[in-house]
Design a binder for this molecule. Structure first.
Ligand code: HEM
Length: 240
């Protein structure tokens, strides 16, 4: 029997609803899906923007300047860029937090695991792949920022000259290979993510499964082909 003087337990009921929702597995899956969509949007826009490299040095460098000048004289310099960056950082942090806490939740719910179930093996394979590719993409992103944004991993880095920096970076074969492998792993992560996000959002009708599979394959393939083409083009001397 509970005594009248015992400390009140803070239950989900008295938490604000977004936090209470986030504490459930469904809430975490929603957050993963919504932040995943934001990150997919970034990866697509970033890839399309970087393809300006094929138009030449002036076009890519002008694009870099244009990103900083979004909003023109109406807003302080780089403020829109920083607003977008803040949204991306928030989405990225929430995506990783939801993934980590969901994994912990699943482990707690079933510490021993099923024995020999085929579906379990398949689901576990996808989850393990997502964790592995997710961690590698995170490490790649850190290296990428050091290479092309901050410049401390790129000996010939010049501030404000993305074309020069990209060419200098990809001219080093080991760096180009890192970009190629990391972007293929990113493609695998995107494929699984784009497929499962519909399920997380409750769009799991068998009639749309073919469309889900098509979307996940096409999106992942587009990103991999676009991103991998750039280091290959520099290595092959097509872009120099
Ligand atoms: C071969 C493919 C890629 C190329 C050529 C490339 C190129 C670049 C360049 C040149 C910059 C610096 C832009 C500037 O400061 O003006 C940059 C920044 C960045 N890249 Fe990439 N990138 C590639 C792939 C990726 C991927 C796959 C991701 C994410 C997983 C990514 C995430 C970022 C982020 C977060 C920034 C910082 C953006 C900012 O500071 O506003 N990039 N990239």
């Amino acid at each position: 029997m509970t005594s009248a003087t015992s400390t009140p337990v803070r239950t989900r009921r008295n938490l604000p609803w977004p936090i209470a929702f986030y504490q459930t597995a469904v809430g975490k899956k929603w957050v993963m899906a919504v932040t995943g969509i934001i990150l997919l949007g970034f990866v697509l826009v970033h890839m399309v923007g970087n393809l300006k490299m094929y138009l030449g040095e002036t076009d890519l460098n002008k694009y870099g300047v244009a990103l900083r000048e979004i909003g023109g004289d109406l807003v302080p310099h780089t403020s829109i860029l920083w607003a977008v960056r803040s949204l991306l950082i928030l989405a990225f942090v929430l995506h990783i937090h939801a993934a980590a806490t969901l994994t912990a939740m699943n482990r707690k719910a079933r510490p021993v695991g099923y024995k020999g179930g085929r579906h379990y093996v398949a689901a576990n394979y996808a989850a393990r792949t997502m964790r592995m590719t997710g961690v590698i993409v995170l490490l790649y992103l850190l290296f990428h920022l050091m290479d092309l944004t901050w410049g401390n991993a790129n000996p010939n880095f010049v501030h404000g000259e993305p074309y020069h920096n990209v060419v200098e970076s990809f001219s080093r074969a080991p760096v180009a290979v890192v970009y190629i492998i990391a972007n293929i792993l990113l493609g695998i992560h995107i494929y699984h993510g784009a497929w499962s996000m519909f399920q997380s959002l409750g769009w799991n009708n068998p009639r749309i499964n073919a469309a889900r599979r098509w979307f996940a394959t096409a999106f992942a393939a587009l990103i991999v082909i676009g991103n991998v083409s750039m280091p290959i083009a520099v290595l092959a001397g097509v872009v120099s």
